[in-house]
Ligand binder design. Sequence first.
Ligand SMILES: [Zn+2]
Length: 110
Amino acid sequence: MDTRAIRQVLTERKTMLENRASRVERDASHRDEPLSADFAEQAVERENDDVLHAIAGESLHEISMINQALLRLDAGTYGECSECGNSIGEQRLQAVPYTTHCIQCAEQTD
Ligand SMILES: [Zn+2]
């Protein structure tokens, strides 16, 4: 397995997610205008903030998955299923490079 290429894919994705998370958090929390006086408008603005926070949360979750995958690359355990210890398979790793489960175990737990 070409771990250098995997490391690069993971690192690039992590950078992209970090940029997205910080941009989204900035949009959500450092709003220049105060909330609108109109109650319905306020509800929409709060809802937008919730959506933004959800996007940031997902990004942060994926970043931590990627960090763990990078640690597994360092430890030489990358590509092993954390459940059964079998090889996860290159095709699956290409689709989800930070997955910790082979397809069989993933289907059982999801
Ligand atoms: Zn497994």
